[in-house]
Design a binder for this molecule. Structure first.
Ligand SMILES: [Zn+2]
Length: 380
């Protein structure tokens, strides 16, 4: 992975994977998928709670809500006692590995905000949609490639739209929001904007100065937990006790409140994770032998073809409605063809019909649309 090890791997509590990860990737944090833990909870403890029982809520709070270890331990002990679970082996075993799934134990671990194996599960589901039991290995890989190509195509469209449209910024006079809108991808910008909104609800309870270090106690105006934000005047760094930045890579409302207080009006570069920016895919990538990884030209050609073909067919469908429009279309298409050939002869790219690399399967999958934009033929 470009010479880097993953910081975190989430699994579904598979013992063989746990053993292998501790040997092969000892520096990588191994977390457990909370979706699978909840499923196992129902399997092992389903008979322990009746209607209106607070057992699942107490368990869920221990997993997702508590940020402090003391709070987690207090509620866990109360839950075990109240529901007579002292001798439940599954629950005792889960408690022993709480550093892999309890929020309070994981808040300093980088997870990009994920707590489950959602990404691999959604890929599994997408592949299953294209598979049948009687497919052989070649058919499997053909369908697998289609799923991967489809995902890459969607990614390209999302990237194109992101470059064309800036997200709506409610407060155009707020420099840090404008900076965030120009920097982050649309999804991350919304998350950042929410944190900025939170920061406006924060108050500073007290402030302690010690040379270059300033310690702020920050809390929401209407209550909630108190957070300690440590600001360093020397390097303008900030650390909040909620650990949102360490965990998700987005500054929290507490830290943004302190930045605003000390007069920092744009996001300092060291707090911009490249993976959350519009430039996440830019730059060079090397494999483990230090060879540069380049984008697959076949995918680029078929992606462009998929965008162009329906547009051209749509024009042809409309132009065919009358002789005049048909003549105009032929003249324009003839000029267009000459310009395309000229440009191709000037560049290194070859004309489409001579491209041996063009994936014919991809071409055959293209939808033909009518003038209303509806699919009328799907070549398969
Ligand atoms: Zn915070």
């Amino acid at each position: 992975m470009c010479g880097k090890r993953p910081s975190t791997i989430l699994t579904d509590q598979d013992h063989a994977m746990a053993a292998a990860l501790s040997v092969v990737m000892p520096e990588t944090f191994h977390g457990l998928c909370t979706f699978h833990i909840r499923s196992n909870f129902m399997k092992h403890l389903g008979n322990h709670y009746k209607e209106n029982s607070d057992l699942p809520y107490m368990f869920g709070a221990c997993m997702y809500e508590f940020e402090e270890v003391e709070q987690f331990n207090r509620v866990w002990e109360a839950m075990v006692k109240k529901h007579n679970l002292e001798n439940n082996e599954w629950l005792s075993g889960l408690y022993r590995i709480r550093d892999k799934w309890a929020r309070c134990m994981m808040k300093e671990r980088w997870t990009a905000g994920m707590r489950s194996t959602q990404l691999s599960e959604s890929l599994n589901a997408a592949i299953k949609n294209h598979l049948k039991l009687d497919h052989d290995l070649v058919q499997f890989f053909r369908h697998f490639n289609r799923v991967v190509d489809e995902k890459r195509h969607n990614e390209l469209i999302a990237e194109y739209e992101m470059r064309q449209n800036l997200p709506m910024v409610g407060l155009r006079q707020t420099p840090i929001l404008v900076h965030a809108s120009e920097t982050y991808s649309p999804t991350v910008f919304v998350a950042f904007q929410n944190e900025y909104g939170e920061s406006t609800a924060m108050i500073i309870l007290r402030q302690q100065d010690a040379a270059m270090i300033v310690e702020f106690a920050v809390m929401r105006y209407d209550g909630g937990p108190e957070r300690i934000v440590v600001f360093n005047r020397n390097d303008l760094s900030v650390r909040c006790s909620c650990k949102k930045y360490e965990n998700e890579g987005i500054l929290c409302g507490h830290a943004l409140k302190v930045f605003d207080t000390v007069g920092i009006k744009i996001i300092p570069p060291e707090y911009i994770k490249r993976r959350w920016t519009k430039r996440a895919r830019a730059g060079e990538c090397f494999d483990r032998r230090r060879r540069e990884v380049v984008a697959d030209p076949k995918i680029m050609i078929s992606t462009r073809y998929r965008e162009l073909a329906p547009a051209m067919i749509k024009v042809a469908t409309r132009a065919a409605m009358s002789e005049d429009t048909s003549k105009v279309a032929i003249t324009v298409i003839s000029d267009l063809a000459k310009r395309v050939e000229l440009l191709l002869s000037e560049s290194e790219e070859q004309p489409l019909q001579n491209q041996k690399n063009l994936n014919m399967e991809e071409r055959d999958k293209v939808e033909i649309v009518n003038e209303m934009g509806e699919a009328v033929v799907v070549r398969e």
